[in-house]
Design a protein around this ligand. Structure first.
Ligand code: DCB
Length: 524
């Protein structure tokens, strides 16, 4: 049995090596011996950009790993954006972010930096690793402590993490069954630990690492133009009302992008700034899944989405990450991809109060609330909550997110959840507005994350009178909205005239009838 397993593992590793390691990079380090126990792990970590070798071509597999090196790897794996550090140390930003994320306490690695370049103890390393990659993991005390010969040497504050690491097979102990909590860890050992933990990040392993592997620019610091998020902080849902961190009602109004794969150029920093300059305080990034979007090119779509979200954060706006299902009407068809995508995003943006997650744009076709959409929502919410305990999550419903009454009758359990209602003024009217009033009175929080001045197909009209009735209705109820869409496509729902410059500033001549109307309604 064991032999068979080992054979299988070898086969898997070979395939992986062929797939992800260009041969030239294999065993490239002068001090990493071929066929040593750590060769594959070291190569994979280096190849994935998680731990680099030394400038002289050595890797130093037997060198003790320092606290800064270890934390920096954890930050890279988790996609945590760096925070501002207290010192000029190369890893100060990563350490500050990890400290803020609660991966370790102040006294364990003081931010003043004295111990950053010292070897990290095995017990602290395990705590940071588990907090960063497997925060939900728990270990059985009796079973796991019995496996650790020197359990008595362990400091009590590390029990939980070490037991979980044994439970999950991340830590195993030496030949004598000791953990050696106070000893240092070699760089080669660290590689193995990280790869084991990465492999355990749920059923979503492959695709989460796909998301994490992408080289992304570090977040731009937030320029606060006295703007929205720096004033309002984390959002929360109180009853049916969206509120700011202080508990005061807040209404978000802004634009949705069109599909990133077609009109991603209008999610640049200047385009978002031009929109914010007219009073918008939210931006929705519509990442189609089908129609040539994420499912056909996950890496480049993720890149574009990250860039757009970072641009919105840079403009101090709230920003909605929209998993834009449309032709793929049943969200369950790609629930695994959605789970890994949202884990990656929630990990990257865990510290940012700017980000809201819209988990399924518009379920449609042969799909039901109770059978597919609600169970899907429960899975994706769990994936997001593992990283981001309080971000607002927006949930769609069947019939292109119009069936909020079905959700109201059978809502998802949890905090800071809202339900999306989408309308197009040329197609939808009083019936849908009445439905909103019904669900509000039954306690369901509603967010209009997409609406258009056109018909439901994105053209026709424009229907500005009908739109005004809708917007007045929403304003009276403090309901937030995003308009479809910020692009220059020649369809009536587009806000910009064909060929509008991305840089702006945009004036009346650049805007369509829809754009002029919508931009005039951000503030009232
Ligand atoms: C939604 C979708 C959105 C779609 C707009 C307008 O779909 F969330 O993706 O955008 O409403 O239809 C349109 C673009 C077009 C593009 C097309 C396909 O404006 O440029 O070619 O997507 O990607 C709805 C909403 C409601 C209803 C139907 C649709 N409805 N729909 O009530 O019948 O069929 O797309």
């Amino acid at each position: 049995m064991r032999g068979k397993m080992a054979y299988l593992w070898a086969a898997v590793l070979c395939c992986l090596a062929v797939l992800i390691l260009p041969p030239a990079e294999c065993a490239g380090f002068s001090d990493v011996e071929e066929d040593s126990w750590y060769e594959a792990a070291v190569d994979e970590m280096a190849e994935r950009g998680l731990l680099h070798g030394y400038p002289d071509g050595r890797f130093g597999p037997e060198d003790p790993i320092t606290a800064a090196q270890f934390v920096a790897i954890a930050v890279r794996c988790a996609g945590l954006p760096p925070a501002s550090g207290q010192t000029a140390h190369w890893a100060a930003g990563s350490l500050a972010a990890a400290l803020q994320a609660g991966w370790y306490d102040w006294d364990e690695l003081p931010p003043t930096g004295e111990t950053f370049d010292q070897p990290i103890s095995r017990q602290l390393a395990i705590k940071i690793l588990m907090k960063a990659l497997l925060p939900q993991a728990k270990g059985d005390f009796n079973r796991q402590s019995a496996r650790i010969q020197d359990f008595a040497d362990l400091n009590g504050r590390y029990y939980e993490a070490v037991l979980a690491a044994y439970e999950y097979g991340v830590a195993t102990g030496d030949e004598a069954g000791r953990f050696r909590p106070e000893s240092s860890l070699t760089r080669a050992e660290a590689c193995t630990l990280f790869l084991r933990a990465l492999a355990k990040t749920g059923g979503t392993k492959e695709t989460v690492s796909e998301v994490f592997d992408i080289e992304t620019s570090p977040l731009q610091p937030v320029v606060s133009s006295g703007g929205t998020v720096s004033k309002n902080g984390w959002l929360q849902v109180v009853g049916t009302q969206l509120c700011n961190e202080a508990g005061e009602p807040i209404v978000l109004r802004g634009m949705s992008s069109h599909g990133l794969q077609w009109y991603g150029q209008y999610t640049g920093r200047a385009s978002i700034e031009n929109t914010a300059a007219n009073g918008a305080n939210v931006f929705r990034v519509a990442m189609y899944t089908g129609e040539g979007g994420y499912l056909s090119q996950p890496e480049s779509m993720t890149q574009q989405l990250i860039q757009a979200v970072d641009n919105a954060i840079g403009n101090d706006l709230y920003v909605i990450i929209d998993w834009h299902i449309l032709s793929d009407g049943n969200p369950m068809s790609h629930v695994t991809e959605a789970e890994s995508f949202f884990s990656g995003m929630a990990a990257r943006y865990a510290q940012y109060p700017n980000v809201l997650y819209e988990i399924c744009n518009e379920p449609n076709g042969n799909v039901t609330w109770a059978g597919e959409v609600k169970p899907y929502a429960e899975r994706i919410i769990a994936a997001i909550r593992a990283w981001s305990p309080r971000a607002v999550i927006l949930i769609g419903s069947p019939t292109w997110s119009q069936d909020i009454h079905l959700a109201a009758a059978n809502p998802v359990v949890g905090e800071n959840l809202m339900y999306t209602l989408h309308f197009y003024a040329g197609t939808h009217g009083k019936e849908l507005r009445d439905r909103i009033d019904d669900v509000l009175s039954s306690g369901l929080p509603v967010f209009v994350s997409e609406w258009g001045t056109s018909r439901a197909d994105g053209s026709g009209g424009v229907f500005l009178e009908e739109s005004a009735v809708w917007l007045d209705f929403l304003a009276q109820r403090n309901i937030s909205w995003c308009n479809w869409s910020l692009c220059d496509k020649s369809e009536t729902s587009a806000a910009l005239r064909p060929g509008t410059s991305l840089e702006g500033p945009w004036g009346e001549v650049d805007m369509t009838d829809s754009g002029k109307f919508v931009f005039s309604r951000f503030l009232h």
